[in-house]
Ligand binder design. Sequence first.
Ligand code: FUB
Length: 332
Amino acid sequence: MRSVWMALALTATLSAASPSGASDGEGAAPGSNPLFRDRFTADPAPLVVGDRLYLYVGHDEAQRDEMFNMREWLVYSTTDMKNWTSYPPIMKATDFKWAKKDAWASQTIQKNGKFYFYAAVEHDSSHPGKAIGVAVSDRPTGPFTDARGSALITNEMTPKGTHSWEDIDPTVFTDDDGTTWIAWGNRQCYIARLKPNMIEIDGPITEITPPHFEEGPWLHKRGGLYYLSYASLDRSTQRDEHVSYATAPSITGPWTYRGELTGSGKYSFTIHPGIAEFKGDWYIFLHNAALTVGDQNGAIGRRAVTVERLLYNADGTLRPVMQTSAGVSAPR
Ligand code: FUB
């Protein structure tokens, strides 16, 4: 089957061939974008623990025209959104013994005194296609170890799906009643309840695909309103992903499409939102492909994470977000 991703990869690599993007960041204001300039990072997923925000990312290591080369996940932390601490890699894709490769998008959540890390990887030939694993640690900075010894979600569990990479990009959210939900997908968006042990699906998998859904769902709640933000692609008019969102009065819906939240990430086909409230302010993390490291330009597989403030209107809708160079270094 011809992969849409492969065609888009070529387009995105070519369009990224001539950026005079951000480079090593010497002299860059703390909090300006991209956040990390010594290596390529993607798929940002924030987690707040006490007075510290942890940001989980995939490590982009694509060489030349390679589409993706992602072998491990990294974590950074901050207490002020401006100065970041880095740590050793928290896990490799192949630390899931049943996985072959591809440390794709992830999210970590705290529950029962532990940290649960959900991540997309390529399964071995026993369950071909992408799959979602869950790993656990006593600390947000890991190291994380496989919590099951098998995938939590495999391609066979979503049989109506059209392609082998549909089960990616987990987002996890604990509701006020203590129930944790997991949503994920590419082209189709699914949601299911997790058992209290956090490592098994509880009950049915429901499809909730919103308009123009491409991938990268992110669940959050503010006041009484639930938000499903996601990388969207209107295939009739757009070449690169934007971020769109839907809202609902409950985690089980009904979801109302609210339109686009952002345009595309500079030079990037993908964009991947991650949202968190930290010390009274809301933030949206994204990625673009505007960073140059050494002689390597940004590309579909050489991305860089960014952050912007996320603001709400009085009715709970979100104000449009622009990816900027100043990021949160800009005065309010
Ligand atoms: O980083 C690999 C894939 O690209 C992610 O799983 C998607 O969300 C897109 O960002």
